[in-house]
Design a protein around this ligand. Structure first.
Ligand code: FAD
Length: 451
């Protein structure tokens, strides 16, 4: 079967690889010159290091993503914790959630015992765990409502849940859908101790995507970068191809000033693996007001802001630290994660659900990151900031409120041969790499079953 996949993020690559492995004839179109979409990276011209569009983390429960990476022979790019541990810092100093390799959820209980939080918070955490384990999914509730119903007080939220929830959902608990947190909690913390371990990538995200693309191309797949899909052709309710604009693709073509060309890729099946807002314009106008294209158009985005910083010396002495009571929520030692733990130190800060931070000027965001270092890391006293970069992703994820859960479509569409993939489709997970990969694989399975 001739298939076109539109979108070279995790969802598109996962779908393309799954279909290629079934020996279909697959072409992937990606509008940008790099693969990876919202999990991408470029090479920093000054330091020569990879700079991500924003630091991403995975966990051991990302079973489809880890499988995809293993199939592509790229597992050596992953750094997997032996046991879950997360460091936090506040004005009282460092404290650590360190979970020993016990049967889940005993590993988490043991971790909680070691974390510096009041006993009342530990007890509330146990109550939440029991609700998630034994209760019904909190469909239709916001996460703040669910926290209230399960007896989580202000301290439990401040010290435990809000930082975790905002990082997982890219949304405040007041706005986020509780059921997404519930699903992640079950997969990450109640399944096995291995599922909750953090998984870091030792290189930039586009490096991983290039490896996935190599695997796909070695098996006969075709990747077209700088190929902007403009429309999916539909005849008598069935896809017939994709119209796209191919800009100069290779360095030689760019240097030679090759002109953009409009082309059509014939196809009996199309996987649209683009973000929600990019989907409606791709289908013929008559379909746009209908389901699921109309619903896609009603989803909105939630921003993430990242600050990358190079210091003249080592100030942060671990790979990742949660910065409590700080605008910058987490700091990562990117050098250490990339296997280079010395000076100059390459740090990355992240602010999720960054509605307030995103409009602020770069200088203020860098000053805010610097202030967190000065407040919590004594070694910052003598350190100098060599350089900084600020990155904003306005639509980092879809805004994952309870209403959005009613809008997220499955892979099927009323157009025969057209299926949807993407982190925003109905995966049961928040907008994550794992959701994107599972959606791509689900789209491929549906095409296999129905084409
Ligand atoms: C800063 C940041 C931090 C994040 N942190 C985490 C994290 O820690 N853990 C986690 O699991 N997730 C995280 N996420 C979310 C994660 O990146 C996304 O869920 C995932 O990458 C989405 O993949 P996707 O394939 O569904 O969509 P995308 O990555 O958006 O891919 C869609 C692709 O389609 C292309 N495209 C769009 N329109 C067209 C067109 N007309 N023609 C051709 N191509 C087109 C785009 O260029 C893009 O490459 C984060 C996201 C951001 C932005």
């Amino acid at each position: 079967m001739k298939v076109v996949v539109i979108g070279g993020g995790f969802a598109g690559l996962a779908a393309a690889i799954a279909l290629q492995e079934k020996r279909h004839d697959v072409t992937l179109l990606e509008r940008r010159g790099i693969l990876g979409g919202r999990a991408s990276s470029s090479r920093d011209a000054v330091s020569g290091e990879d700079v991500d569009n924003g630091t991403h983390l995975m966990i051991g429960a990302y079973r489809d993503t880890l499988d995809l990476v293993a199939r592509a022979g790229a597992s050596e790019l992953l750094a997997i914790q032996e046991n879950l541990h997360i460091d936090y810092v506040d004005d009282r100093g460092f404290s650590r959630l360190a979970c020993p390799p016990l049967v889940a959820p005993l590993h988490l209980l043991a971790g909680l015992l070691g974390l510096r939080v009041p006993w009342s918070v530990r007890w509330q955490a146990v109550k939440l765990g029991l609700h998630v384990r034994l209760g019904a999914p909190p469909v239709g509730l916001s996460l703040a409502e669910y926290f209230a119903r399960t007896g989580q007080g202000a301290e439990a939220r401040r010290l435990l849940w809000d930082p975790l929830a905002i990082a997982i959902l890219n949304e405040t608990p007041e706005r986020a859908a509780a059921v997404l947190f519930w699903n992640v909690y079950r997969e990450a913390f109640l399944a096995s101790h291995a599922a909750s371990r953090l998984v870091f990538l030792k290189r930039g995200w586009s490096v991983l995507h290039d490896r996935l693309a190599d695997y796909f191309e070695r098996r006969g797949g075709v990747v077209r970068r700088r190929a902007l899909a403009e429309g999916i052709d539909v005849d008598e309710g069935r896809v017939t191809g994709v119209r796209y604009v191919q800009r100069a693709e290779t360095r030689d073509e760019i240097r030679a000033g090759k002109k953009a060309e409009t082309r059509t890729a014939p196809a009996v099946a199309v996987v649209a693996a683009v973000p929600w807002s990019a989907l409606p314009p791709l289908v013929p106008e008559s379909y746009r007001p209908t389901s699921p294209f109309a619903e896609a158009g009603r989803l909105t985005g939630s921003p993430i802001v990242s600050v990358e910083m190079w210091l003249d010396r080592v100030v942060v002495d671990r790979a990742m630290v949660g910065l409590r009571d700080s605008e910058m929520e987490w700091v990562f030692d990117k050098g250490r994660i990339f296997g280079r733990a010395g000076a100059p130190q390459h740090l990355a800060f992240i602010v999720s659900a960054a509605l307030r931070s995103a409009p602020r000027p770069n200088s203020e965001l860098v000053a805010s990151a610097e202030a967190s270092l000065r407040r919590y890391f004594p070694a910052m006293k003598d350190a100098a900031i060599a350089r900084s970069l600020v990155m904003r992703e306005a639509e980092a994820t879809f805004a994952s409120g309870p209403e959005a859960e009613t809008l997220r479509p499955g892979p099927a569409t009323p157009i025969r041969g057209l299926v949807l993939a993407g982190d925003w489709t109905a995966t049961g997970l928040p907008a994550t790499i794992e959701g994107a990969v599972r959606s791509g694989r689900a789209a491929a399975r549906l095409l296999e079953a129905t084409a």
